[in-house]
Write a protein that binds this ligand. Structure first.
Ligand SMILES: Nc1nc2c(ncn2[C@@H]2O[C@H](COP(=O)(O)OP(=O)(O)OP(=O)(O)O)[C@@H](O)[C@H]2O)c(=O)[nH]1
Length: 696
């Protein structure tokens, strides 16, 4: 039986988030917390990674969190004779592509559990989520997880937390770290107790003493906590339900919100009536009201999908309030265009993308049309994994299969007059980049192109170092740092997951683990980089990156002045079929690779273009110059068939007539070659192949 709905309104709440680097054990810890509080029943073998909060199919299939989830749980603290507290847990993703999700979720929390794997220590994403949490003013509770593993090095991780994050995490310290094994459940109760201590009495003294005395006056609850105060609720997530329409997830900062209330948004000024409200625990429980401090959902009569403005403040329609601080919109890093497989399905695809984008606010979209593929949607995403997950979710949740152009990145164009602009569509890229000196044509001439850079971290066994260095060099990477893990094997377990048999794992564990840091152009890793890392190391390497451009998590040790854009000699590569440019295939590549890519692509296009009655020429151009060309020969009816012997003139006449006919046909169809959709799918699939491989 689920908890009594009225209890959620009666109890004092606090909200916390679990943040960590990928695979450090957030979801497993969340499972244990939910079990311990009785929110989900304990089932079967303890320690099983149930991923209760990873409810999306794609999350379960891949074992990664891509979407934050909020769950309310009621914890009865044994130290104070079972006094109950309402704890709102927000599980967050670990991968850099979903950092925006983390930042939004943290806005609804008072504290963050910073989980660090005892065998791996602080990793790149640990630092970036830590910084986001500190910037949001959250109290950090450090948790060292996986202490059950034989190679756990708790002391070293404690020292790292102290020296690199400045946390007073040693025993007795203000931020004393909790040692747990989310797998076995060891130490997890202490986590709940610490949440209560920190969440309900921020005085440092309370951290070591039972909260009963300090909390006595505050736990005197009324049925509607916050009543009489002006309502202020921050909308931090939303989704589409086919029965109830748009549902908004809110964190109530002040006041009370009830069914039937008339609400308004601070910024958009739109007004609504609350049809229902409730919490997730872990499934939706309708409570009819949400009180101060609660995190829950609201169903209003929102008609359009864009109305649930993330970051906006909801208040009662007849009051005026100071809006709560919202969030900066996310900055897309990777762009591509999506087209339906059947062009008549475009309206369905557009509706599906709008609904999915409601739940994934880091996606930007706009209509786009292509001469070859018809009407489509231009998508802006946070990375290659994000694109792949978005595509998978479209298929799983909306049954929409899409054709995606190769992912590309944004470029910054610097003009002669010093101004700059960012372009995200390869078609907008200039054909020529003028040299600064003696340039004609005014100040708007593009004199420099800059591309976004990332700081990549590659971890692999020693034997693969050469291959990885070569790969990074091929992708125009510059080495920043290389370090060897003397103990070896520590990182291997999590890298390979369950893919390898025991013998292989043993062999790998005898090798040293190498961590290499490279500065790489983002454009070089958004296509097939992850796939190559996996295939060249038989799955033994991991690769993560931090964006260096504004709007994303910055890497440690990078100069704050540095904005992550770097001057680059990139060019626009266009493909023409019988003289007609094919916009869906246009791409921006580095000059040093232009001819190689052009040849590869021209060949690939030639292979899939259907043979015509006349020759079809495929050309690849850079700056108006043809750099590669292929010809697909015409069908050739043997017009001389049936002429035995025959005079030369007669043969020439027949051949001439055939030539004339083809010329007429060609001019009638304006030289346009109809490329069937399947051929495009073949080209685009091979073009983005590899991007579908992830670092998981
Ligand atoms: N031995 C051991 N393994 C653990 C422990 N906690 C988690 N794991 C394992 O570590 C792996 C990753 O755990 P998850 O909970 O999925 O990690 P996560 O941080 O949620 O990962 P993302 O959602 O991808 O960011 C799983 O195979 C877990 O079973 C632990 O305390 N001990």
């Amino acid at each position: 039986m689920g908890p009594d709905a009225s209890k959620f309104a009666m109890l004092l709440p606090t909200s916390f988030s679990i943040i960590a680097h990928i695979d450090h054990g957030k979801s497993t810890l969340a499972d244990r917390l939910l079990e311990l509080t009785g929110t989900i029943p304990m089932e079967g073998e303890s320690g099983v990674n149930r991923q209760v909060l990873d409810s999306l199919k794609v999350e379960r299939e891949r074992g990664i969190t891509v979407k934050s989830q909020a769950v309310s749980m009621i914890y009865a603290d044994r130290r104070s004779q079972g006094r109950e507290y309402l704890l709102n847990l927000i599980d967050t993703p670990g991968h850099v592509d979903f950092a925006y999700e983390v930042s939004r979720s943290l806005s609804a929390c008072q504290m963050a559990l910073l989980v660090v794997d005892a065998t791996q220590g602080i990793q790149s994403q640990t630092l970036s989520v830590f910084r986001i949490a500190v910037a949001r003013g959250l109290r950090i509770i450090p948790i060292i997880n996986k202490i059950d593993l034989p190679n756990a090095n708790t002391d070293a991780v404690l020292a790292q937390l102290e020296s690199r994050l400045g946390l007073d995490c040693m025993p007795g310290g203000q931020d004393e770290a909790i040692l747990v094994s989310a797998k076995t459940g060891m130490g997890v109760e202490a986590v709940l107790q610490r949440i209560v201590d920190v969440g309900f009495d921020t005085s440092a003294a309370a951290a070591s003493s039972p909260p009963s005395a300090a909390l006595a006056p505050r736990t005197k609850t009324t049925a509607k906590r916050g009543e009489g105060e002006k309502l202020r609720a921050l909308v931090f997530d939303s989704w589409y339900d086919s029965y109830r329409g748009v549902i908004a997830l809110v964190s109530v900062h002040d006041g009370v919100l009830k069914t039937g209330d008339k609400l308004a948004f601070s910024h958009s000024k739109k007004k609504y009536e609350v049809l229902d409200a409730g919490v997730n625990s872990p499934t939706g429980i309708s409570t009819g009201l949400l009180c101060q401090g609660q995190v829950g959902w609201v169903v209003c009569n929102m008609k359009s999908l864009t109305e649930a403005s993330i970051g906006d403040t909801l208040h009662h329609a007849n009051t005026h309030v100071e809006p709560l601080a919202g969030f900066k919109p996310s900055v897309p890093m990777v762009y591509c265009a999506a087209f339906p497989v059947e062009s008549s399905d475009f309206p369905k695809l557009e509706a599906a993308i709008q609904r999915l984008a409601l739940n994934d606010r880091s996606v930007t979209y706009a209509r786009e049309s292509s001469n070859a593929l018809g009407q489509g949607i231009k998508l802006g995403l946070l990375g290659a994994l994000h694109l792949e997950i978005f595509r998978a979710r479209l298929e799983d949740e909306y049954e929409q299969t899409i054709l995606v152009t190769a992912p590309s990145v944004a470029y910054r164009l610097v003009h002669q007059d010093g101004s700059s602009r960012i372009i995200s569509n390869p078609l907008d890229f200039p054909d020529h980049v003028a040299s600064r000196i003696g340039t004609k044509g005014g100040g708007k001439n593009v004199v420099e192109v800059q591309e976004p850079m990332v700081l990549g971290t590659l971890t692999c066994p020693e034997e693969h170092v050469g291959a990885m260095m070569q790969l990074c060099a091929d992708r125009r990477g510059t080495e920043v740092d290389v370090s060897f893990d003397e103990e070896g094997g520590a990182a291997t377990t999590s890298m390979v997951g369950g893919d390898l048999d025991g013998q292989q794992q043993q062999q790998q564990q005898q090798q040293r683990i190498v961590t290499m840091k490279y500065r790489l152009p983002l454009g070089e890793i958004v296509t097939d980089f992850f796939g190559l890392v996996k295939s060249k190391t038989a799955g033994f390497a991991t690769f993560e990156y931090e964006d260096l451009v504004e709007g994303q998590g910055r890497a440690e040790g990078i100069d704050a002045e540095e904005d992550g854009w770097e001057r680059s000699d990139v060019v626009k590569l266009t493909f023409l079929i019988s003289g007609t440019p094919i916009d869906a295939l246009c791409q921006v590549v580095h000059r040093s690779k232009a001819v190689y890519v052009a040849r590869q692509w021209a060949q690939k296009i030639k292979d899939v273009v259907p043979r015509q009655q006349y020759d079809v020429v495929v050309q690849a151009c850079v700056g108006g110059k043809v750099v590669a060309a292929e010809k697909k020969g015409a069908y050739r009816k043997d017009v001389l068939q049936g002429i035995y012997g025959g005079h030369y003139d007669r043969k020439a006449k027949l051949l001439g007539k055939q030539k004339e006919g083809k010329k007429r046909l060609r001019s009638m169809s304006f030289g346009r070659v109809q490329i069937p959709q399947e051929s495009f799918m073949e080209i685009l699939d091979s073009k983005s192949s590899g991007s579908s491989k992830t670092n998981k």
